[in-house]
Design a protein around this ligand. Structure first.
Ligand SMILES: Nc1ncnc2c1ncn2[C@@H]1O[C@H](COP(=O)(O)OP(=O)(O)OP(=O)(O)O)[C@@H](O)[C@H]1O
Ligand SMILES: [Mg+2]
Length: 259
């Protein structure tokens, strides 16, 4: 099981019209992985997620999700996007938002909630601590609570892979710890790719770290390398600025450390 990647990307280039954003990305992710992706604003993290979801076609290179093209493989992905289409003014209930996670796009018509669907939806709401809010409408929730509902919706799809793009950006520290603890538990059977600017969370919870700034630096370990600093500025430099332990930063192999 462990030997087949859940996501496999080889020499991939992608962007918008003439604007190349991702350059020669190669990346493999396996079922037990929990990868944290960092990188400066505009570096291409969300673009990479779009390629993985089959929403953006690469210009060059190959990508597979669960051994299939992204448009087919993405049914195994639970996705929490960076910015949500605002449900704020639309009186849809929390329960229904999570129930949408059970839908396959081709089943949009004649969708019935079967007893099993109900169980999955309930569990997904319990996992984010939002079950008691199930009868509310989305406009009756805070931003952080809404975010937890979107995580529930992603879980309702019973994914093999979770892609989370800044899932805790509007969530308070207690709720985000709860979410990160939940993700750690889910990683028992779900591969997780987490994009975050929260470097404390990244360095605490994920198993391996990558940095995206047009290129991807990913060595399958948890060290922020000097290479990442070179291509990434925004990211590891933040880490240093925030005074987190220097031991996370690895120097070039043959250079002295000056800290
Ligand atoms: N639909 C689009 N059309 C054209 N350019 C786009 C589009 N979406 C994003 N871009 C550009 O692609 C680049 C990468 O954007 P992307 O959203 O992938 O960055 P990011 O790493 O997710 O940044 P952030 O940390 O701010 O979320 C940016 O320069 C952005 O302006
Ligand atoms: Mg982004």
């Amino acid at each position: 099981m462990e030997d087949k990647p859940v996501i496999s990307i080889k020499n991939l280039w992608a962007g918008y019209e003439a604007d190349t954003i991702l350059e020669d990305i190669s990346f493999e992710m396996f079922q037990n992985d929990y990868v944290g992706l960092i990188g400066p604003n505009g570096g291409g993290k969300t673009t990479l997620i779009r390629v993985i979801l089959g929403l953006l076609k690469p210009d060059k290179g190959t990508i597979s999700v669960m051994g299939q093209e992204p448009v087919r493989g993405r049914r195994h992905i639970g996705y929490v996007s960076q910015f949500q289409v605002e449900d704020k003014h639309f009186p849809i209930s929390v329960w229904d938002v999570v129930a949408l996670g059970r839908l396959q796009p081709n089943l949009l018509q004649n969708f019935h909630i079967r007893p099993y669907d109900k169980e999955v939806i309930e569990l997904a709401l319990q996992q984010t601590g939002m079950f008691e809010y199930r009868k509310r409408t989305m406009n009756e929730l805070s931003g952080g609570q809404r975010q937890r509902i979107y995580i529930s919706r992603a879980l309702a799809a019973e994914p093999k892979i979770l892609l989370l793009d800044e899932p805790t950006s509007s969530v308070d520290s207690q709720s985000s710890n709860q979410i990160y603890n939940l993700l750690a538990e889910l990683n028992d059977h779900i591969a997780i790719l987490l994009i975050s600017h929260d470097l404390t969370a990244i360095s605490t919870y994920v198993k391996t770290i990558g940095c995206v700034n047009r290129q991807l630096i990913y060595q399958g370990n948890k060290e922020l390398t000097a290479d990442m600093v070179e291509i990434g500025y925004g990211c590891p430099v933040d880490l240093i600025a925030h005074g987190l332990p220097h031991r996370v930063i690895a120097g070039h192999q043959h250079e002295d450390h000056h800290d």
